[in-house]
Write a protein that binds this ligand. Structure first.
Ligand code: SF4
Length: 748
């Protein structure tokens, strides 16, 4: 695609620059944006009409970027505080960057000498484009313990694990996104049928998938099937909508797959040539009855079979999977069954099917620097022996085990942590919040990098480093589709004495290990990351975005997937392993299975008597990115308070009206949200927002900014991870819901 617009130009007194957006603010999709600057300030952001990824469209988060970049509450200088004064907003003292770097280095070296380097943790999140660099920074400190305190690492990774177990590579619904000329690409066809499964992508646009692409496919003729417990905007427009009870998607996946197998609706040639294990699947599924599974999932069996037949009948059908499948203890099994559906119907790597994702420019960021960590330190990754899959891909600590180890300090304690791209006390403390809060308080030194004060920074921080936002910094990232660059846009002045995460990472990495961080600055580091592409960072930066031009379909037939150059898939057999030999070798289920959530009307019927509402959480809203953006009036106006969606008939029966404050309580605790009665949910079901806190709270009164009242992590329980160590039940919590009494409302 020709880039007609220049990189920067003058227009009506504004300087306009093109760049790509990565949180903060925004999210981690990397959409193309036009930034308008006047008098040194960002005043407007528009979608870049020529960027193939978002084709000029933007979410409210990026539209509101100027409000965030210019927000008066941004942190503007490094600050330190005595660890004994955590939670005291008056104890912060401004310091210089040199003092900050010296302090961080001194404290972490002291902790490593006293307790061992492995007692240092990097607590990382999904937001900013620093996942790989922050991991490498921790490796430079000689520790493997990168951690996200989300139970079952239940965000994207369970899906990734299912792909690694079966075909060795990831795929996405093909909405032409891998081609720079998009819908005009020769050979591309829109899917005849698209299943949108556990993924309200027009709201969330997550994991490298821009939700609007589905809308574009439907406009071009795709028929949609939606599987979601909520009547979403997309479900309302679907040919078939299956409305299961939450967290039982494995039952639906197995029932649909069994329908396809039993009725012979699959592609026998593809199965014979490229798959292995269908007979094992068939035999294993003899224990299941399709009607029974549908009833277990509270879905009409006829509708379920119709959905399976419609998917199989499409010449090219796609399935777009989402976070809701990760947030189930048996999510890996569910995705395993879905992958088998894709495979046996010959929908993998075909136009308008599920296209295998490339590493653009052969740049593979996973575990960057892991090999430079001594083997004896690698083995200290929490869960290394118990859950071998954590050694592949992202290489994060298994979160549930890390939480237990932090409490027991067996075999070693955690004593120092840095927090990058995350606000764990609002977004990832999936166990009553209190457990995570307590273990992080045990750290002797906490370094928090963020752009504003948060519950995590206020209650845990000893050193607080203010960071830049996307238009203010150099950056580089890929999320399957393309490579994108960020640069400090023309004419914009940084807000305060802030630095980018990457500037900080290079400075600290060099202080700890110059072999692992040999670069003078972040641009050289990016160039090193880009080495396999043959492009320097300067070259990428000049182009702003770059698409590989060698993406094509059926790459397994061309020897393009395997390291040995042979045809086939990157699995031990070279075929798609419907029966997973890798899973078998590590003692995990080799075939998809169905099991109940750890609490449910079926697995804990007595509890269901007392807690008769099934509550989901983790649902994304388009105006917020995890815990970000609550300070922005324009965005907060869309939804001022945390909401619990409840069935409208149920609400009427309980005398509950829209806007009433309700307690959502289970055996672990309670949170309060405002009622949003809706017909979009079944009777007896509710959907709770996540990531909430109130930045407007006076921290002298509550340094957790309301988290102890409203954060949904208060009612989630860790320790129920799936058999691979991935997946956790965050979407099916048995609760009771009742109105708050007067006097119980602190912030409402
Ligand atoms: S998906 Fe939305 S918030 Fe994320 S980068 Fe794109 S426009 Fe911005």
């Amino acid at each position: 695609m020709k880039k007609n617009l220049p990189r920067t130009w003058e227009e009506d007194g504004y300087t306009v620059s093109r760049t790509t957006a990565w949180s903060a603010p925004g999210c981690h999709e990397g959409c193309g944006v036009l930034c308008y600057v006047k008098d040194g300030k960002l005043v407007k952001v528009e979608g870049d009409p020529e960027h193939p990824f978002n084709e000029g469209r933007l979410c409210p988060r990026c539209i509101a970027a100027p409000d965030i970049v210019n927000h008066p509450d941004r942190l503007k200088a490094p600050m330190r505080r005595d660890p004994s004064k955590r939670g005291d907003p008056d104890a912060w003292v401004e310091i210089s960057w040199d003092e900050a770097f010296d302090l961080w280095e001194r404290e972490f070296k002291r902790i490593a000498a006293q307790y061992g380097a492995e007692s240092l943790q990097a607590v990382v999140g999904t937001g900013r484009d620093i996942m790989w660099e922050s991991q490498r920074l921790l490796y430079s400190m000689n520790s493997p313990n990168v951690v996200s305190y989300s139970t079952g690492l239940a965000c994207w990774m369970p899906r990734m694990v299912a792909y690694l177990l079966t075909m060795g590579c990831y795929c996405m619904a093909d909405c032409s996104q891998l081609f720079e000329d998009r819908w005009d690409h020769e050979g591309y066809k829109v899917p005849e049928v698209i299943i949108v499964w556990g993924n309200n992508c027009v709201q969330s646009s997550s994991d490298g998938f821009y939700g609007d692409w589905i809308v574009q496919c439907v406009k071009r003729g795709s028929k949609m099937i939606v599987i979601d417990p909520r009547l979403t905007w997309m479900a309302a427009r679907a040919e078939i909508w299956l409305q299961p009870r939450p967290a039982v998607d494995s039952a639906i996946a197995i029932a649909m797959l069994k329908t396809i197998i039993d009725e012979g609706l699959y592609n026998h040639r593809f199965v014979d040539e490229w798959c292995v294990g269908l007979e094992e699947v068939r035999q294993h599924f003899e224990q299941y009855d399709v009607d029974q599974l549908a009833e277990t999932a509270w879905v009409d069996p006829g509708k379920l079979k119709a959905a399976a037949r419609m998917y199989a009948a499409g010449n090219n059908s796609a399935i777009q999977l989402g976070l809701a499948l990760d947030m189930q203890r048996h999510g890996v099994s569910c995705v395993h069954a879905i992958i088998i559906m894709m495979a046996i119907c010959d929908n993998i790597d075909v136009p308008g099917g599920n296209i295998l994702t490339p590493n653009p420019g052969d740049v593979n960021f996973f575990g960057w620097g892991w090999d430079m960590l001594p083997e004896e330190q690698q083995k200290k990754l929490v869960g290394y022996n118990e859950y071998p899959m954590i050694r592949m891909g992202m290489r994060l600590d298994q979160s549930d085990l890390a939480l237990v180890q932090a409490e027991t300090e067996d075999p070693y304690p955690f004593r120092g942590a840095f927090y990058m791209g995350c606000n764990p006390l609002t977004s990832m403390s999936n166990d009553g919040l209190e457990r995570v809060y307590k273990v992080l308080q045990k750290m002797e030194f906490n370094v928090v990098l963020d752009y504003c004060m948060t519950p995590t920074a206020q209650t845990l921080g000893d050193l607080l480093l203010p960071i830049t936002m996307f238009p203010e910094r150099e950056g580089m990232r890929s999320f399957y589709v393309n490579l994108g660059a960020l640069w400090p846009i023309e004419g914009l002045q940084r807000t305060g004495d802030v630095k980018s995460d990457q500037e900080i990472i290079v400075e600290m990495g060099r202080r700890f290990n110059k072999e692992i961080f040999p670069w003078e600055n972040e641009k050289d580091m990016f160039s090193a990351m880009l080495e396999p592409s043959g492009m320097s960072f300067e070259e990428l930066r000049e182009q702003i975005w770059w698409y590989p031009d060698d993406v094509c379909y059926r790459r397994y037939e061309l020897g393009r997937l395997r390291a040995d150059g042979r045809v086939g898939f990157p699995t031990p057999t070279g075929r798609i392993e419907l029966y997973s030999f890798i899973a078998e070798s590590i003692g995990s289920p080799a075939l998809p299975y169905y099991d109940e959530p750890f609490e449910s009307p079926v697995s804990t019927p007595e509890m269901y008597q007392d807690y008769p509402v099934i509550v989901m959480t983790g649902t994304r809203n388009i105006q917020y990115f995890h815990s970000e953006h609550r300070q922005i009036p324009k965005l907060r106006e869309i939804q001022p308070d945390p909401l619990v969606e409840v069935n409208d008939q149920w609400a009427r029966e309980k005398g509950i009206s829209a806007g009433d404050w309700l307690w959502i309580e289970n055996v672990r605790g309670r949170v309060r949200h405002r009622a949003k009665p809706t017909p979009a949910l079944r009777f007896g079901m509710a959907n709770l927002n996540s990531g909430w806190w109130f930045p407007e709270t006076d921290p002298h009164k509550d340094p957790m900014y309301g988290c102890w009242d409203v954060n949904s992590n208060l009612i989630i329980e860790a320790g129920h991870q799936g058999p691979t160590g991935f997946g956790a039940d965050v979407k099916a919590l048995l609760c009771r819901i009742y109105p708050c009494k007067e006097g119980e409302l602190k912030n409402g």
